[in-house]
Design a protein around this ligand. Structure first.
Ligand SMILES: Cc1cc2nc3c(=O)[nH]c(=O)nc-3n(C[C@H](O)[C@H](O)[C@H](O)COP(=O)(O)OP(=O)(O)OC[C@H]3O[C@@H](n4cnc5c(N)ncnc54)[C@H](O)[C@@H]3O)c2cc1C
Length: 442
């Protein structure tokens, strides 16, 4: 029987020689030793929520979903040690029981912790960096079965490389997170004309803890979302209201509109204008992780770029204009994050605006995404490591000032390229192709 694996979007698949779901370090080390003996390359998969070929392999595919426990929590320091294969959906309520939370989260909670941090997954908030910046320590198993603990205190080269490592250094088995006291968010959604938002962008970003908006190519309206911390008790919505808001409207109704648009692309402009009018005022007050994330049921593919924050308004206008030339019924999403110091973080060293474009399943995405990428290129864009892009190591190297330092750590931790695949060969280059040697990257 042939093994097969497919990602969440259903458009990236592979037939690994072996699939394994180790239960502990010993089983994981044995799998790695066997892969080395058989000459297989190795990839780790989290929840398969990346849109590109980052997880694909014809060698050994490791599924860490059985390494999914919370190991230790210290309420006083806010440090929590957890196994790397746990999903954010499983982790958030457990942290809440200890009175702790992530300061920021993305749109969904289906990702594994290691999968989310490995690609620089982010939420929105001009003062808040991406999820990998919440890491305090990481335990990595290299191809020879050794485990290495890298920590914030060490500040080492490997620490700065491993936080956003795209699975290139080894298997992340556990992480220690630095969390904040649990908090309640008030989420307010409101339609505002795009040009009104863009004319006063900094104050929208800076006067809210978390500001973002969605817009359609063919509508002048933006659906703004502001999430702010409040000293109110959580007021969870009745599950019927939740179902109506998150499932019926956000998923089933949108899916139905996208299906119509896929059959009749000429209807996209009027459908988008109508859908934008359906945007309405919505308010939610609840535990932070319940406000940040919502279920996503309709299937699509996505490109997202990180550009310097100062270019936000110009780039947003250009992407909106570009999107008008292509048939996509789906919205454009815009968010902001603070910079951080991971070598390959798309937000590394700069205040960042993230712009994401989407295409509904079964509709052509490549010409649309390539046209958008040409815009992002002009604004020094760095692609989200878990989403579609067409860059190579040659085009990316100059966009990351610490590129060679990452390459040196990678060569030290994975000298034989055991954890490489076609994606990493393309976007990072082969392990042996590094330019500069550092003495002790560990
Ligand atoms: C509906 C949807 C909504 C999304 N929303 C957001 C969002 O709001 N913000 C955002 O930034 N992104 C978002 N994403 C993208 C998503 O967060 C990233 O692609 C993330 O990496 C997926 O996590 P995963 O657990 O599925 O990892 P996978 O996609 O399975 O893997 C991602 C990478 O991590 C590596 N990896 C996984 N586990 C390990 C491990 N234990 N050790 C070493 N390497 C490992 C894999 O090899 C791969 O390179 C979204 C994706 C979807 C489908």
């Amino acid at each position: 029987m042939t093994n097969s694996w497919v990602n969440w979007a259903g458009d990236q698949r592979c037939a690994p020689a072996r699939l394994a779901a180790p239960r502990d370090h010993a089983e994981l080390a044995a799998e790695l030793a066997r892969a080395t003996a058989e000459g297989y390359r190795v990839r780790v998969v989290g929840s398969g929520h990346s849109f590109n070929d980052t997880c694909l392999t014809d060698g050994l595919l490791l599924d860490l979903s059985r390494l999914n426990r919370v190991l230790e929590v210290d309420r006083d320091t806010g440090l929590a040690r957890v196994q790397a294969g746990i999903t954010l959906a499983a982790l958030n309520p457990q942290l809440d029981e200890y009175g702790l939370a992530f300061p920021n989260l993305g749109d969904i909670d289906s990702q594994t912790l290691a999968g989310a941090t490995a690609t620089g997954t982010h939420g929105t908030g001009g003062r808040l960096p991406n999820l990998s910046a919440q890491l305090h320590a990481i335990e990595v198993m290299t191809a020879d079965g050794r485990t290495v603990e890298l920590s914030e205190q060490s500040g080492s080269e490997a620490w700065r490389a491993a936080r956003v490592g795209i699975g290139a250094l080894g298997v992340i088995t556990a992480c220690t997170l630095r969390l904040v006291p649990a908090f309640v968010l008030e989420g307010v959604e409101r339609p505002v004309p795009v040009e009104e938002v863009l004319s006063d962008l900094d104050s929208h970003i800076d006067s809210n803890d978390h500001f973002e908006f969605y817009m359609f190519a063919h509508s002048p309206m933006a659906m703004t979302k502001r999430n702010n911390r409040v000293e109110l008790p959580p007021a969870p919505r009745h599950h019927i209201v939740d179902w109506f808001a998150d499932i019926a409207v956000s998923n089933h109704a949108s899916d139905a509109l996208c299906r119509v648009a896929r059959r009749r692309p000429t209807l996209i402009p009027p459908l988008q204008r109508a859908a934008a009018y359906a945007f309405s005022y919505r308010r939610q007050v609840d535990r932070s992780y319940r406000v940040f994330t919502t279920p996503r049921l309709l299937r699509f593919t996505e490109m997202e770029y990180a550009i310097p924050r100062e270019y936000s308004a110009d780039a947003i206008r250009e992407i909106k204009e570009t999107a008008q030339r292509f048939d996509s019924p789906m919205p454009i999403e815009v968010r902001w994050v603070a910079g951080d110091d991971a070598f390959l973080s798309p937000a590394g060293g700069r205040q960042t605006c993230y712009i994401a474009v989407h295409q509904y399943q079964g509709m052509a995405h490549e010409p649309f995404f390539r046209a958008c990428e040409a815009v992002f290129d002009r604004y020094s864009g760095r692609p989200h490591w878990g989403k579609r892009h067409y860059q190579t190591a040659d085009t990316l190297r100059e966009r990351y000032p610490e590129w060679d330092r990452f390459t040196a750590v990678r060569r030290h931790y994975d000298p034989d390229g055991r954890f490489a695949n076609a994606y990493l060969d393309r976007v990072l280059g082969p392990v042996s192709a590094g330019q500069h040697q550092v003495d002790q990257p560990g």
